[in-house]
Design a protein around this ligand. Structure first.
Ligand code: AP5
Length: 218
């Protein structure tokens, strides 16, 4: 099964993708996480991406398309995967369609998590995440049991450097300018669904699973 999660910064893509990965036993491909790992390891990709990410801009399409194209050939993705944060522009979506066509695979569900800017900014400026295992928390809606400590692995939680109000605003502007046009790109497809992501994590998860399970029985 192949799932694509679209949505603004703070819509809950990562949160829902992690739940779906565990519920459907699918690998979770987060382009944001892959880029952050590359930045931390100071690889060629990381060095190219760092400046864009720090200022809230999107990394160029050719870099992202190369990354995904290489990844889709790995054996661990043969049985399907969840794409979180890709595609993010119309050229990325066109490139992804071409990659799928070349490999004879089709996407099962394209899920837009829809959230308004005010709520997204509120969520992101309260987000904490674990630099070691990737677990995500929120000081308003999803606290760790011990403040500042990861429930899963016990590491010290950190705030993402691009979660300042100023950079979140810039990321949201990029979303509106470059990613929102994907709604029109995908609107006519049977696989495309828009979900109100302004509700609780559990409510969103329930709707997402209902859509996926209905689609599977189609
Ligand atoms: P990326 O890491 O993908 O960031 P993003 O898209 O801005 O999304 P976020 O991770 O901030 O939000 P999310 O929707 O995953 O929300 P989350 O579940 O964490 O990308 C970072 C950067 O990398 C980009 O700016 C760009 O530079 C670059 N990049 C990545 N992909 C790219 C691409 N394809 N092309 C070009 N550049 C690319 O939730 C947020 C918070 O809210 C958490 O605290 C969570 O606990 C809480 N929360 C989640 N859901 C709910 C809910 N329903 N109710 C209450 N709280 C909730």
């Amino acid at each position: 099964m192949i799932l694509v999660l679209l949505g603004a910064p703070g819509a809950g893509k990562g949160t829902q993708a992690k739940k779906l990965a565990s519920e459907y036993r699918l690998p979770h491909v987060s382009t944001g996480d892959l880029l952050r790992e590359a930045v931390a390891a100071e690889t060629e990709l990381g060095n190219k991406a760092a400046g864009y990410m720090d200022s809230g801009r999107l990394v160029p399409d050719d870099v992202m398309l190369g990354l995904i194209d290489e990844l889709l050939d790995r054996p661990e993705y043969e049985g399907g995967f969840i794409l979180d944060g890709f595609p993010r522009t119309v050229p990325q979506a066109e490139g992804l369609d071409a990659m799928f066509e070349d490999r004879g695979i089709t996407v099962d569900s394209i899920l837009l998590l829809d959230v308004d800017k005010e709520l997204a900014v509120k969520r992101l400026t309260a987000r904490m995440s674990c630099p070691k295992c990737g677990a995500v928390y929120n000081s308003a809606t999803k606290r760790s049991k011990v403040e500042g400590v990861c429930d899963v692995c016990g590491s010290t939680l950190a705030t993402r450097t691009d979660d300042t109000r100023e950079t979140v605003e810039a990321r949201f502007d990029e979303y509106r300018r470059l990613t929102e046009p994907l709604v029109e790109y995908y609107a006519e497809r049977e696989a495309f669904h828009s979900i109100d992501a302004g509700r609780s994590i559990e409510d969103v998860d329930r709707d997402v699973r209902e859509i996926i399970d209905t689609g599977r029985g189609r």
